[in-house]
Each structure stands twice: as structure tokens, then as C-alpha cells.
Design a protein around this ligand. Structure first.
Ligand SMILES: C[S@@+](CC[C@H](N)C(=O)[O-])C[C@H]1O[C@@H](n2cnc3c(N)ncnc32)[C@H](O)[C@@H]1O
Length: 253
């Protein structure tokens, strides 16, 4: 299936408030990537947050670096980002698409692309990776998240949805909760994409607790669960989570 930007913009426009709420609430879905980010950012960094959503990650990163450029494709999501970040001087908002970035080569120390834009762009995913890597400085970092093929298969099998599990196995795509088609990656596919583009993988991880909210467990359990997942997310056995993360470094100009 071919990438259709309009269907993604429509889906995110409909759920802009939900997206804002889900980024703002306490969940492992947002906390685990922030743990990655915390370790990846340096004080002098200029950061691109591509598909940056309602800006909660950008606000988090802006405290730890020189400047954050939050780019997103959906106007109503950018309205939320504007509200959430307007008092923060070192965040700049721009509208754009990861398949065609408006930034010059080697503009950023770190490019972040979380919450699956590289999955939504389907057949244009190679161009999206080209672009994200083009705008990073030599020795700069890329932190990218995407949907996991094997994680989705495990999830379908755990609900006895054998037909969909086999469909995902054959096609490597499925419909995400919002409706549009999404490309599901294997660790091997992302590894090959990054290596071909002169990037060295520093860390791979996954999270399976996408829907777990803090109100479903006690505070003690929450802290214990978070600590457990932060220890386990990079272990090979744990890579059944529905989301994969890759921290990589660009090795040459
Ligand atoms: C699930 S949200 C993630 C937001 C944030 N990065 C996070 O991890 O919390 C995905 C965001 O990506 C944006 N998006 C989807 N496809 C995109 C594309 N091709 N280029 C730029 N943004 C895109 C959507 O509008 C949405 O705001």
C-alpha cells in the first residue's frame, strides 16, 4: 500500500485531544522513551523532534539542551504543541513531513522521531530514514521508534486472532488503532536501513506496556514496574513489545 499523508493528517486531526492527553499522562509508553532521551541529550545540542506531537517530549528535552525544533504534519496537533510550549523560549514549531525535511544537511546533533511516523510513511520509509539521517551532523545521534512486526504478531496471537497474526507475518503491515495502514518493522530491517546509511546502533529496546496507565496499579507497583521495564527493555527476550526503539550514531559525513 502506498503512503497517503492525507489519511494520517485526518486520523490525527480527529484524535488531537486524545493525543495531547496521552502524551501528558503518566504511562510507560511515554516514560520509557524519555528515559532513552535523557541519556541521549547533551547540554549544547540542537534537537529535531520529528513527528513531535503535542510537545510534551519537546518540553522535556528543551530543559536539557540548547534548542528543540518540533516538526509535525498535523495542524491541530501543532496547535496543542503551541499551547504546551509557548512559554518555553528554546522550542521552535514547524509544520512538515519526515519524507521531505526543510532543514539543511547536518543541522542537528540529535534527531528524534518517536510515536511511529516512520511506520505511517509505508513505502516512503527509506526516504524518511534518508532525510532524518541527512539532517544529523557527523557523529550526531538518531533516536527512532517504530511499530514492531513480531510484537504485533505476539499481541494478535495472545488474543487468538490467528488470521491477523498470519496476515501480519505475510505482509508486514496492519491497521493501527486510528485506522490508517502502518508498516511493522523487524529489528533486522531497521538495523539494515541504519547500517546502509552509515549509522551505528548504540541501543535497541522495546516496550510492551503501551496501554498501561498509572491508575491501574498502586504507586509502589508503578515504580517497581517502571524499574523492571527500564531494566528489561533492551534485553533480546523482551523485544516482543509492540514498539521498538533504536538509538544510533551517524558515523561519517
Ligand atoms: C503518536 S504521535 C507521537 C508524538 C510524540 N513524538 C510522542 O512520541 O509522544 C505521532 C505524531 O506524528 C505525526 N506524524 C505522523 N506522520 C508524520 C510525518 N510523515 N511527518 C511528520 N509528522 C508526522 C502525527 O501528526 C502525530 O503528531
Amino acid at each position: 500500500m502506498n503512503y497517503n499523508a492525507g489519511s494520517i493528517i485526518k486520523a490525527y486531526s480527529k484524535r488531537a485531544r486524545l493525543e495531547n492527553d496521552s502524551e501528558s499522562e503518566r504511562s510507560l509508553r511515554v516514560e520509557i522513551p524519555r528515559h532513552f532521551l535523557h541519556n541521549a541529550i547533551n547540554a549544547g545540542d540542537i534537537v529535531l523532534d520529528a513527528g513531535g506531537g503535542a510537545g510534551i517530549n519537546a518540553a522535556y528535552m528543551a530543559k536539557q539542551c540548547k534548542a528543540v525544533y518540533l516538526m509535525d504534519i498535523t495542524p491541530s496537533i501543532l496547535n496543542y504543541a503551541n499551547k504546551n510550549t509557548k512559554s518555553i523560549d528554546n522550542i521552535h514549531l514547524v509544520r512538515g513531513n519526515i519524507v521531505d525535511l526543510m532543514f539543511p544537511n547536518e543541522s542537528f546533533d540529535l534527531a528524534v522521531c518517536l510515536g511511529d511516523p516512520v511506520s505511517y510513511v509505508l513505502d516512503m520509509r527509506f526516504q524518511a530514514f534518508d532525510e532524518l539521517i541527512r539532517v544529523i551532523k557527523p557523529r550526531g545521534h538518531l533516536f527512532v521508534g517504530c511499530n514492531s512486526k513480531y510484537g504485533y504478531i505476539q499481541n494478535e496471537l495472545s488474543q487468538n486472532n490467528v488470521k491477523e497474526a498470519l496476515n501480519i507475518y505475510r505482509t508486514g503491515t496492519t491497521r493501527c488503532v486510528m485506522g490508517p495502514e502502518t508498516h511493522l518493522y523487524t529489528v533486522q530491517e531497521v538495523t539494515d536501513i541504519l547500517k546502509k546509511r552509515n549509522c551505528r546502533i548504540i541501543r535497541t529496546g522495546s516496550t510492551s506496556s503501551f496501554t498501561l496507565k498509572d491508575d491501574s496499579v498502586s504507586t509502589d507497583e508503578w515504580e517497581a514496574l517502571k524499574e523492571m521495564e527500564m531494566t528489561l527493555y533492551g534485553q533480546p527476550e523482551w523485544l516482543g513489545g509492540k514498539h521498538l526503539f533504536f538509538l544510533a550514531q551517524k558515523t561519517e559525513a
